[in-house]
Design a binder for this molecule. Structure first.
Ligand code: B12
Length: 269
């Protein structure tokens, strides 16, 4: 059964997937999408979506926001896998989730044997590094896990000492301090938050705890063609209205992005 399922994922270009018992990912995160979890769920099939697509030296957004919105790309691919799986297992249900998921995705993908658990709180795949998104199908089909978890990262602590805002503390993120969270914050930023955003130089996201990780040194570029289409690494006031429709920051209002652009512009002057 494992190879049939892996072939179905591979036919959609997804090279990395693994299995974890549904009970092992409990408790769920308290989010709205939890109502979509199928009754009698037995297994979670995790899939990785590698997103590093090369260097963009002049970028002003985080690497993960350069391709088109991963939520849409990954959900689309997962839905195709779900349709193919339903043909094979018509009695069963396969429900896709990405990010806004009740599943703690790093924890689950780790249990499914898809990577090491980084001190930065991220999953690190042996080939694609931590530059991977995680998505999953929650299913009523019983599938036994076929891989052991890979264990912890090198434990070098570079992510902890390099995080300029002190958000990382032994694998646990103090979310409100994370520069990525600051760029997403609504309303006014405090002076300290403004300074963090300006020193980061990014309108959206932060890559430091990924980039300093030695396990990312030889990370392979993404094997998913969809991430290479429409790659845009620089946000301006002009392209923002169009980009907001197709990029991962589309769930935040235009005013948040314009506030961030203005802060970086102020710093240039
Ligand atoms: C909320 C959120 C954020 C918040 C808060 C981050 C956080 N870690 O809590 C903010 C906005 C700051 C954020 C930032 C980023 N995020 Co985010 N985020 C999420 C989200 C939606 C929920 C995470 C959550 O609340 N988990 C709840 C906690 C309690 O569970 P947990 O994550 O499993 O962690 C527990 C255990 O695993 C354990 N643990 C974790 N790490 C370690 C390490 C060791 C050594 C040990 C012993 C234990 C341990 O302790 C934790 C507490 O119990 C997930 C999607 C999801 N549904 O999981 C994406 C997700 C984690 N984010 C992701 C990404 C890509 C990012 C950024 C890299 C984006 C960017 N470039 O700006 C940064 C990275 C920051 C960081 N180092 O975490 C990816 C990570 C992919 C990967 N390779 O791991 C996810 C999985 C989204 C996705 N579908 O791909 N994120």
């Amino acid at each position: 059964m494992h190879s049939v399922i892996r072939e179905i994922f591979a036919s959609q270009g997804i090279s990395q997937c693994g299995f974890c018992a549904y009970d092992a990912v409990l408790p769920l995160l308290p989010v709205r999408s939890a109502s979509r979890i199928p009754e009698n769920a037995k297994t979670v099939i995790f899939a990785l979506f590698p997103y590093w697509i090369g260097e963009y030296p002049d970028r002003n957004i985080s690497r993960y926001a350069i391709p088109d919105d991963y939520h849409m790309i990954a959900v689309d691919l997962l839905k195709r896998c779900a349709a193919a799986l339903t043909e094979h297992f018509p009695e069963h249900h396969f429900e896709p989730f990405v990010d806004s998921s009740p599943i703690r995705e790093v924890h689950g993908a780790y249990l499914a044997g898809l990577g090491y658990r980084g001190k930065n709180g991220l999953l690190i795949h042996p080939k694609f590094g931590s530059y991977v998104f995680i998505g999953e199908l929650v299913t009523t089909l019983e599938i036994s896990p076929d891989r052991e978890p890979m264990g912890e990262c090198l434990n070098c602590g570079k992510c902890l000492t390099s995080c300029p805002s002190g958000a990382l503390c032994d694998g646990f993120v103090r979310e409100e301090l994370c520069r990525s969270a600051i760029t997403q914050k609504k309303g006014e930023l405090t002076d300290w938050e403004q300074q963090q955003l300006i020193s980061g130089g990014l309108v959206w996201g932060c890559d430091i705890c990924n980039d300093v990780c030695p396990m990312n040194k030889n990370a392979s570029p993404s094997d998913l063609p969809a991430f290479y289409k429409n790659a845009t690494a620089t946000i301006t006031y002009e392209n923002l209205p169009l980009l907001r429709k197709q990029k991962a920051f589309n769930y935040r209002s235009r005013s948040v992005m314009e506030r961030n652009l203005a802060l970086l512009e102020r710093d240039e002057n």
